[in-house]
Ligand binder design. Structure first.
Ligand SMILES: Nc1ncnc2c1ncn2[C@@H]1O[C@H](COP(=O)(O)OP(=O)(O)O)[C@@H](O)[C@H]1O
Ligand SMILES: [Mg+2]
Length: 293
């Protein structure tokens, strides 16, 4: 069994993204899908180029994410995935191309302005204040009033409609079994736990577009399972629009509806996971290598 054979049902999904029901109407079935499913384009990137000295990290990258979609970005190490996120967030200025958020050009915007517009991101190496507690990072009370009281109860994501920000944060902490670490300093947490806290922080901002850079790296198997379930729920119940870089192929294949594959700074393939896992180009250039190990 190779990584390619990881089944969507392996991680316990019920809606199985990538099954026929979620996929193109019959009339379009014979066409290669040019765009992930969903409504209007939240993110629309065309022809983005970035060079670091002699390294062409991104060589004309085009990608779109529709509202409410859950899209994955995969590729071997050094393919340019994090650089792509840095372009979206405004940390790296591309030498060419366009970036639109909800139809608006944001190329010239500062990183904080993009964040205020709802472009929210987690980092491969955790973007929290590591000397501060979890509670401080999340802007919630550690004990006493509202949140701690709420935490005694069990929240389901489905029952959150109309919930306040704190309710939402409490529900997410509960869902990820993180209520016990509110008083802990982030630098004392296992890396996997800190990554989940970062995810809660990002989600509690109700992002217009959530960018996740390898959310499962550093997580143990039980945490990965919880993360996968949470991401599927968020997508299905909450309509959160997500673009996720992920190295864990089983997690990516079992959560996203559509995948882009980056290789040496160019888009090698795009399509539903079932198509990507059978694509000879992808197998040869990326997954074949991993499957051989
Ligand atoms: N700040 C930087 N300065 C110089 N080279 C960089 C920088 N960031 C990334 N690179 C190079 O760009 C390429 C793409 O890196 P990266 O975007 O981190 O890939 P990925 O996230 O897909 O592993 C690599 O060759 C990497 O060494
Ligand atoms: Mg990276």
């Amino acid at each position: 069994m190779t990584i390619l054979e990881a089944s969507p049902s392996a991680a316990g999904t019920t809606t199985a993204p990538g099954t026929a029901a979620a996929w193109p109407a019959p009339a379009r079935r014979h066409h290669r899908r040019r765009l992930p499913p969903g409504r209007g384009r939240v993110l629309d990137v065309a022809g983005v180029r970035v060079a670091f000295g002699a390294v062409q990290a991104l060589d004309g990258v085009t990608l779109a994410v529709r509202e409410g979609a859950f899209v994955g970005l995969i590729g071997p190490n050094g393919a340019g995935k994090t650089t792509f996120f840095n372009v979206l967030s405004g940390f790296v200025t591309p030498s060419g191309g366009r970036v639109r958020l909800a139809g608006q050009r944001i190329d010239g915007w500062s990183a904080p302005r993009r964040a205020r517009a709802g472009l929210t991101r987690t980092f491969q190496n955790i973007g929290l204040d590591k000397q501060a507690t979890v509670a401080d990072n999340l802007g919630v009370a550690r004990e006493g009033g509202g949140l701690a009281g709420e935490l005694q109860r069990s929240f389901g994501l489905r029952s959150r409609s109309g919930a306040t920000g704190e309710d939402r944060t409490a529900a997410l902490l509960d869902r990820l079994e993180l209520t016990g670490v509110l008083g802990e300093r982030v630098d004392r947490l296992p890396v996997g736990t800190a990554k989940l806290v970062e995810l809660v922080a990002a989600l509690s901002r109700r992002p217009r577009l959530l960018l996740l850079d390898e959310p499962a790296s550093g997580l143990g198997a039980p945490e990965r399972a919880r993360l996968g379930a949470l991401l599927r729920d968020l997508h299905r119940d909450d309509g959160t629009t997500i673009l996720m870089i992920e190295h864990d192929m089983a997690l990516a294949m079992s959560t996203v509806e559509y995948l882009y594959v980056l290789n040496f700074g160019t888009m090698l393939a795009q399509g539903p996971p079932d198509m990507i896992r059978r694509d000879p180009k992808v197998i040869e250039a990326y997954l074949g290598k991993a499957a051989g190990t």
